[in-house]
Write a protein that binds this ligand. Structure first.
Ligand SMILES: NC(=O)c1ccc[n+]([C@@H]2O[C@H](COP(=O)([O-])OP(=O)(O)OC[C@H]3O[C@@H](n4cnc5c(N)ncnc54)[C@H](OP(=O)(O)O)[C@@H]3O)[C@@H](O)[C@H]2O)c1
Length: 361
């Protein structure tokens, strides 16, 4: 397989550190450039992250001595060094939109973890197992940007990964409505317990903007490409409440769902067990072998026990049972900084390379 040179924009942050860690033993991707704010630029990566390295494994050797570049001032330089960039920066939305377009226009594809471009109608928002066909919109985006190589592709919000993958193969039964309560880990706020002691023994019933994302983003994922744009699906209607809970990593969702044509419990479990997406068909390096794992034990999935399943890239499901007001209820779990953030973006980049949208220079 070809090798690709990769840059990480926002490489000093929580998600950026994950990207750097995931590049360490990646068979296709070689970490070549790291960029962040002017606060970090000019320092070695080791110096820049010394006091805030939040990963469980040490800083990769290959990253330690890289000199951190300036994400905004060094766009052209970085674009010339790499085949594509991952982007995970904490800036204002308009600034992120502009920054990502600058990289794309410098002919550097951007695989973004940020939400800024999720609703740009020619930017594909892809979960590789669910909507790989949305990559077909990229030529139209390149035409708008006036680029040959450059484009932006994004991954969806972390919260939806705990329930949308389970609902996806059930869409054929006509999902009428779904209610979701998410219980989201503190790493989703870029925090650890050391940096957010108020979260120990606590629960905060508010995560800004999260409920709207949780209700709306699945509709873009389930949308269709029409005339160079992604037109979002009209349903199913989803209502969501999102809570921050004292868990380091792993977003859990309690899901209630009703169907026009109600399948049996056995059918649902069989569909989950046999579901394979494009990522599995292509055998992408970060793809879980079994995307949807169902646990029969009544006390699973648990964040601490199950979030790292298949490298944190699988979705864990359990507790499927009839409900008195909806047809069924169940529980889903996904690793928010792996499947839900950096891992999901790495899998998307693998898909883009395998499908020929990113070429090595
Ligand atoms: N944490 C998650 O689980 C998660 C999940 C999904 C999506 N996201 C999204 O991913 C993005 C990053 O999140 P995070 O949790 O990794 O944030 P974070 O830990 O606060 O890191 C932010 C990164 O952005 C850089 N940055 C800040 N201001 C900048 C500027 N003016 N110019 C260039 N770089 C700048 C920082 O560089 P310095 O170190 O130099 O300040 C750092 O590398 C956000 O858009 C977030 O919404 C996060």
């Amino acid at each position: 397989m070809k090798q690709y040179k990769v840059g990480v924009i926002g490489g000093t942050g929580m998600v950026g550190q994950r990207f750097v860690t995931l590049m360490e033993h990646h068979p296709w991707f070689q970490l070549t450039a790291i960029a962040a704010s002017p606060r970090s630029a000019g320092k070695t990566y080791e110096e820049a992250v010394a006091s805030r390295w939040a990963m469980k494994t040490p800083i990769p050797e290959e990253a330690k001595s890289l000199v951190v570049l300036d994400a905004e001032a060094d766009v052209e330089k970085i674009a010339a060094m790499v085949d594509f960039v991952f982007c995970a920066v904490d800036m204002k939305k308009e600034e992120i939109r502009a920054l990502e377009e600058r990289y794309a226009k410098a002919e550097c594809p951007v695989v973004s973890n940020n939400s800024a471009h999720r609703w740009t109608d020619d930017v594909p928002m892809v979960v590789p197992e669910l909507n790989p066909e949305h990559l077909e919109v990229i030529p139209a985006q390149r035409q708008r940007l006036g680029t040959q190589r450059g484009f932006i592709a994004v991954k969806s919000n972390c919260s939806i990964q705990s329930y949308a993958p389970a609902l996806h193969p059930l869409l054929k039964f006509g999902i009428e409505k779904a209610l979701v309560c998410t219980y989201q880990a503190i790493s989703g706020a870029g925090k650890t317990f050391e940096r957010w002691p108020e979260m120990v023994d606590n629960l905060i019933p508010y995560i800004g903007g999260e409920e709207e994302k949780s209700e709306q983003e699945p509709l873009k994922v389930w949308g269709k490409v029409e005339n160079g744009k992604i037109v979002k699906a009209e349903g199913p209607a989803i209502t969501a409440q999102c809570l921050r809970v004292p868990v380091s990593d792993g977003h859990t969702a309690a899901v209630f769902v009703s169907f026009a044509n109600k399948p049996s419990e056995a059918e649902i479990k069989e569909i989950w067990a046999s579901f394979r997406g494009r990522a599995q068909e292509l055998d992408l390096p970060s793809a879980p072998k079994q995307f949807l794992h169902y646990f029969e034990e009544p006390d699973r999935p648990q964040a601490k026990l199950d979030r790292d399943l298949e490298g944190g890239m699988a979705i864990s499901l359990g507790r499927l049972r009839p409900d008195t007001q909806y047809d069924y209820k169940f529980v889903g779990l996904s690793h928010n900084t792996l499947r839900g953030a950096a891992g999901g973006a790495v899998l998307l980049a693998e898909l883009l390379c395998a499908e020929g949208y990113i070429e090595s220079k």
